[in-house]
Design a protein around this ligand. Structure first.
Ligand SMILES: [Zn+2]
Ligand SMILES: [Zn+2]
Length: 280
């Protein structure tokens, strides 16, 4: 990489960590073929100033994804990291832990389900909370990721059901997007959870962009209009499929993930049409 090229990719803002990531990650992410904006797919040569792993075309795209990207920023891009739950998340989760989780027969509460599937908690809520709130360490932690995935999913469902205050938070919405993706992979990765998260990393990163755009559409965004968010979601979905295709996943899993992505997009289109006809 020549000095001239590096100068062209000046970060959006100054950062003391500019020089932290060298070698493979930097050279891969600076490859000319992938200098596209992570949000809108337009050519973009403004790098995230902290991790230099993703590009934006403009400050508005950077502002849209910046807050959600923070949990992944500067970390191993081959791994996936859910952010720790905030105090507000924990407070909400305490209130909804006895609400039903998923469609089980007989019904199970979130707390019951968690204790059933997560032996790491030894069946105890007071062990679960420190795990989901602890800061991420340098490496991906499969158990922590799984527990946070369920927690964010439940927080989103709760807001949707009116059990908590309705709000559009990208990581909560992402919980409902990522859970079926994760479950579609589990059968192929029994006993290899770390590998699962690594193989899914780029797919999930792209799903996160999709979830962020959907949140911006539903919750309102100062710089992105609703039609823009809708158009970007179509692009984001296409990029999810591209990442699925590139991922090191079994063929049957890839097919299942593409189906899931299409179904979700169709469901969102139907919800959107419903909302529009209601407003008319
Ligand atoms: Zn952009
Ligand atoms: Zn970053």
């Amino acid at each position: 990489m020549s000095r001239t090229n590096l100068r062209r990719h000046e970060p959006l803002s100054g950062s003391s960590v500019r020089t932290r990531h060298r070698g493979l990650e930097r050279s891969r992410h600076l490859a000319p073929s992938i200098r596209l904006c992570t949000v809108c797919d337009k050519p973009g040569d403004q790098q995230c100033s902290a991790c230099r792993a993703i590009f934006f075309c403009s400050t508005r795209c950077q502002k849209l994804l910046g807050p959600t990207h923070k949990a992944l920023c500067g970390r191993d891009s081959e791994a996936f990291f859910f952010p720790p739950l905030s105090p507000a998340d924990v407070e909400a989760l305490e209130r909804i832990k006895d609400k039903p989780f998923g469609a089980h027969d007989p019904p199970v509460t979130f707390a019951q389900y968690l204790m059933r599937i997560a032996p790491v908690c030894f069946g105890r809520w007071e062990i679960f909370i420190p795990i989901v709130t602890a800061a991420n360490s340098g490496s991906s932690d499969a158990s922590r990721n799984e527990l946070r995935l369920y927690a964010y999913n439940h927080l989103h469902v709760a807001a949707d059901q009116g059990w908590t205050v309705k709000q559009e938070l990208p990581w909560h919405r992402f919980g409902t997007v990522a859970l079926p993706t994760y479950r579609a992979c589990v059968p192929e990765y029994q006993g290899r959870p770390h590998e699962l998260w690594r193989h899914l990393s780029y797919v999930l990163r792209q799903e996160l962009v999709y979830a962020t755009l959907r949140c911006a559409e539903l919750g309102g965004n100062a710089t992105f209009s609703k039609p823009e968010c809708v158009a970007q979601q179509a692009l984001a979905r296409r990029r999810v499929e591209e990442q699925v295709e590139k991922a090191e996943l079994p063929r049957a899993t890839k097919t299942a993930l593409v189906c899931l992505s299409r179904r979700r997009s169709e469901r969102n289109d139907a919800l959107r049409r419903q909302a529009e006809s209601f407003l008319r």
